[in-house]
Write a protein of this length. Sequence first.
Length: 449
Amino acid sequence: MIYNFIPDKISKKPIYIQLYEHIRDEIESQNIKYGDKLPSIRETSTSLKLSKTTVENSYFQLLTEGYLESIPKKGYFATDLKDYFPRKLDRKNTPAIDTKHIQAYKEINYINDNVHAGSMDLKIWKKLYNNVLFDCTDEVYSSGSHQGEYRLRYEISRFVNSTRGGHTSPEQIVIGAGIQYLIGILAGILKGSIHTAAVEHPGYEKAKYIFEDYGFNTIDIPVAENGINIQSLKHSNADIVYVSPSHQYPTGSLMPIQKRLQLLSWAEGRKGFILEDDYDSLIRFESRPVPCLQGLDKDDRVIYLGSFSKILTPALRISYMILPLRLWDDYIAISNKYTQSSSKLEQLTLAQFIGEGHIDKHLRKIKRIYSKKRDLLKNYLETIWGDDIELISADSGLHTVISLKSHYNAQEIVDFFKSKGLHITIINNLEQHFEISLSYSGIPFDSFI
């Protein structure tokens, strides 16, 4: 089923992406079944008259997302998806969304909590901001939409659909100053019908705090190497679950396609919701970003959270939430309780920044910066700890997980990193073997000298 692939040489889409999508669709439609062995990279390269690198990149992306598994000395095999795709998932002809009905203490500043200084082209931002001031007079002197400026919602919709495989429209998007603010709005929407929220453990604790502040019961669900434990979730009485499947914080785990589909099946069967935090998934160094859950959702059960704090700057307090259509009337019912918390001028500036393609150039730039910074961090830590330290889960995002063997106790290790101006999270501590989460985006290059 691979050999019927015909590359579209006119398309702007790279050939390796075309081949990846072809094989993925064959697996989802069960033309390639569970356990089927795929031809080797060399065989595929020869038969399709493609370069070996092109085929390797396609297979690597399929391995990353969990569509294939590699068995040493045996080859590549399709994974088991038969229970999740009873019929072909038609990505090209998915019906358009019908939106007709939608009218006092000292704070410690850690250097690694920031983004790279100089990564954002402030000259371009200043130019676009001035354009808003001089060309958008009516907007400057009027109040903004409580939902967020339509121009920005339009650009975010296009951005998520093209970069994350989303399926959304501007009408579904709510803008706000930070993820916590938006989770608060969501909690206000759901609190009459849902009483228990599940959260990843370890995970983003501030999400848990927001639900608790709104009177929800919360349940910690353990996170494994490939994401949240689905069986533990099923045994809970939660009706909504917070997850970060594309780059879990703090473990760095990536949820493969099988588990993503199991999670979607849980939401459909439970008639519950998935709160997908996609905070830094666009920053991947060795593979293509894994498509978001929202784009796979066929039952309108995923609430999507995104932010520009990691990819641009935390000083820009603009985040967004994409609501399922089934929650739209509930949002309208409470929307008059909230005013817009993000600057209208910055929203309009960001809309231009995205619409004119500056964000695409920016993403390419920061990938180069953070890839180099990750390598420097690895070398720097090895000069201190030698063979006792190893970077794991460092293919994406702005934090890495470190495996460290040490006779020091946990507090001594925290204090060591703190003396360097670095904040860390200890994930596991077993017999002098630590797993540590460390953000590195804000560490200056000269710190590694």
